[in-house]
Design a protein around this ligand. Sequence first.
Ligand SMILES: C[S@@+](CC[C@H](N)C(=O)[O-])C[C@H]1O[C@@H](n2cnc3c(N)ncnc32)[C@H](O)[C@@H]1O
Length: 159
Amino acid sequence: MINSNGNNRKFIGCEPYLNGLASFICKLEKENYNKIKLYKNDIRELLFSFSKKIFDEIFILFPDPWPKARHQKRRIINHENLKLFSSRLKINGKIFVATDVENYFESIQRLFETFGKIKIMNTGSFDVRPKNIISTKYEKKAVYKDIKPLYLEAKKILD
Ligand SMILES: C[S@@+](CC[C@H](N)C(=O)[O-])C[C@H]1O[C@@H](n2cnc3c(N)ncnc32)[C@H](O)[C@@H]1O
C-alpha cells in the first residue's frame, strides 16, 4: 500500500504475522528504511485508523485464497472491505490486485464491475502484470507451478 507525494513515495506494509514481517525486514535495503513503515496487524484496523482519501495506491497481492466454499466469506476482498479500501483512496487513486486462484479472481472482477465507484483499467489483459506491481514470493511460486497469475488494475472514479 502506498501514499506518495511526487518522488517522495512512502509505503506502508501490513502483515499480522511476525515471521512474515521479520523475513521482509531482513531483505529490506538500508536506503529504503525511511520510505517504509510496517504495521503488524490486520489491514482493516490500519485503514480504520486513517482519515479518508489518503492513499494514492493500494496493492493486494496474492491475498489468502480461502479456497473452501465454507471459508470464502473470510476472503479479504469482499464488498464490505472494498468499501473500506475505496474510502481511503484518493480520487483517481488505484487498487492493484493479483491472485493465482481463478475463481477468486472472477469474484473480484465481478465485485469491482458492480461496485460503481471503481473502474477496471486493464480489461482484456488480466494475464499481464501491470508495471506498478512487483513480483512477489507467491507470484514466483505460482509461475513455478505453471499457474498463470491474474492481475486487476482499477481506478477510483467516484467518492
Ligand atoms: C498468500 S500470502 C502472500 C504474501 C505476499 N503478498 C506475496 O505475494 O508473496 C498472504 C499474506 O496476506 C496476509 N494477510 C491475510 N489477511 C490479512 C489481513 N487481513 N491484513 C493483513 N495481512 C493479511 C497473510 O498473513 C499472508 O502473509
